[in-house]
Each structure stands twice: as C-alpha cells, then as structure tokens.
Ligand binder design. Structure first.
Ligand code: KIV
Length: 273
C-alpha cells in the first residue's frame, strides 16, 4: 500500500502549521530518531517528525528520558534532518539542558539548531521555564511547548498517570498554555490529559495543539513511531493505536534467517559471486 498521497510537496513550516489549524486540517506527527525510519516516515507523508527525548528509552534502553545528553540528541537530530525532505523536524531539548539557567539554555538551543539543521525545538514546562522559552524564541528559534504529562519531571510526580484531572492542575495547565502562546510558541504538545481539557485549550489558544493521549478535539496527533508500529509489545496505554505488528514480523524474519543459515539454505548459488 502506498503512503498517504500528499499533493503539496512544500516543506512544512511553522507558518503552514498555523494555516493548517486555521483551515481545520489535522496535523500528523510521529517520532523518529534515525535516517532510515525518518526517510520512510517523511516519504509516507507525515507533516512533522519529532526527534523526541523518548530516544532515551527507545534507542538507548534507559528506563526514563532523563539520562539522554545534548550530544546524543544532536546525533539523532542530524540523522533525521538528513532524511526529512518535506516534514518539519522538531527536536527535544533534553533534561538538564535548559532547567538550570536560562542563558545556558539559549546557548544549548543555538548549538542544537546549528549542529542539526532542525526546524524547531521542543521544551517541557510552562511558567517555571517561561524565561528560557522567551529567550530562545527571541533568538529566532521556533519553540513547541509541552504540557500535561512531562516525562522529564517523572521523579517529581512519581507516576506516568493521566495529568490535570483535578481543577487546580487543570487551571494551571490552562494558564501555562496561554503563557506559552503569549511567549511566542508556535505549537503546543499536550500529553495524557482529559480530552475535554485538551479540547478547551485547543479552542482558547490560536496556536496548533498536538495531542498524545489527549483526545480527538485538538489540532493534530503525535505518537512514538516504534509504539504505533508495534515494535514495543510491553507498552499498551489506552491512547495507543497499533498500525502494524513489526515485533512479530521482525521476529519471524530473523527466525527464518537463523534457520536458513543453520540449514545451509542461505546463501544459495544465485546469492553468491
Ligand atoms: O519524547 C517524545 O517522544 C515526546 C512525545 C511523546 C510527545 O515528547
């Protein structure tokens, strides 16, 4: 089956993100961390690729996103920008790269943009990090905000459960969403919050709201590519839809290869020089 047929081959920009929200066209976004996957995802018609710090879990096998470094994010980011022809590429600023001091955060942001060729950066947090977000935007770097479940703060919250279920947390999230818009963020990710709250944010802010576990009444959706391709069987949150079962496909293919090598079926005469 071919990828999504997209007549518009122009590069997706922050300006086009806004146009898509204005005309009610939903934005599609997936993570990728390497050249091969990003080439396939871009060629299939995705609007934006997130080089998420979920690379810490998916690529490096860490239990959280906390250990991944700026150098590692730059390496993954560069691999993806080499592949993406149409999709906007957004890279996560990793834990520790902007939380300590806003001025250090801007330096890191500039380095990440220069060394990866990305189109934008994503930072977790609202009011607490508004100074560094403003400085990065003032430096000419588009910023995507991220509220709701913020995996970089897992040790503060102690759970990956649904966020903003009570009024106090929901009110703070609404205030943070408005603050991020006022600061100049071009889009906002909302992770794992009640669908009604996400819909309200999407109605109240002019910038596109991209949801993950935030229901359908937002302006776009993002998923971790290895989760939606069924490569990770141990992760089954309610919001995840699996579009393939690559774990089984790859296991079967590798098992067949092992059997063919052991039985001396591979390589055959046509497969040698
Ligand atoms: O790192 C990541 O993959 C993310 C998405 C889950 C939004 O931030």
């Amino acid at each position: 089956m071919p990828g999504y047929i997209c007549d518009d081959t122009r590069k997706v920009t922050t300006h086009r993100f806004m146009e898509m929200k204005q005309r009610g066209e939903k934005i599609s976004m997936l993570t990728s961390y390497d050249f091969t996957m990003a080439s396939i995802v871009d060629g299939a018609g995705i609007d934006a690729i997130l080089v998420g710090d979920s690379a810490s879990n998916v690529m490096a096998g860490n239990p959280t996103t906390l250990p991944i470094t700026v150098d590692e994010m730059i390496m993954y980011g560069r691999s993806v920008t080499r592949a993406a022809k149409r999709a906007m590429v957004v890279i996560d600023m990793p834990f520790g790269s902007y939380q300590a001091n806003p001025y250090d955060g801007v330096q890191v942001a500039i380095r990440m943009m220069k060394e990866t060729g990305a189109d934008a950066l994503k930072l977790e947090g609202g009011e607490e990090f508004i100074d560094v977000i403003r400085l990065i935007i003032n430096a000419g770097i588009p910023v995507m905000g991220h509220l709701g479940l913020m995996p970089q703060s897992i040790n503060k919250y102690g759970t990956y459960g649904v966020r903003a279920k009570n009024d106090a947390e929901a009110d703070k999230l609404m205030r943070d969403a408005h603050l991020l818009e006022e600061a100049g963020c071009f889009a906002l990710v909302l992770e794992k919050i009640p669908a009604t709250l996400a819909a309200r944010v999407s109605r109240e802010v002019r910038i596109p709201v991209i949801g993950i576990g935030a229901g359908s009444d937002v302006d776009g959706q993002v998923l971790v590519v290895t989760d939606m391709l069924g490569m990770n069987q141990g992760f089954s949150p309610k919001f995840l839809r699996r579009y393939a079962d690559l774990h089984t496909t790859i296991t079967d293919a590798v098992g067949q290869y092992v059997r063919d090598v052991k039985s001396k079926d591979f390589p055959n005469e046509q497969e040698q020089y």
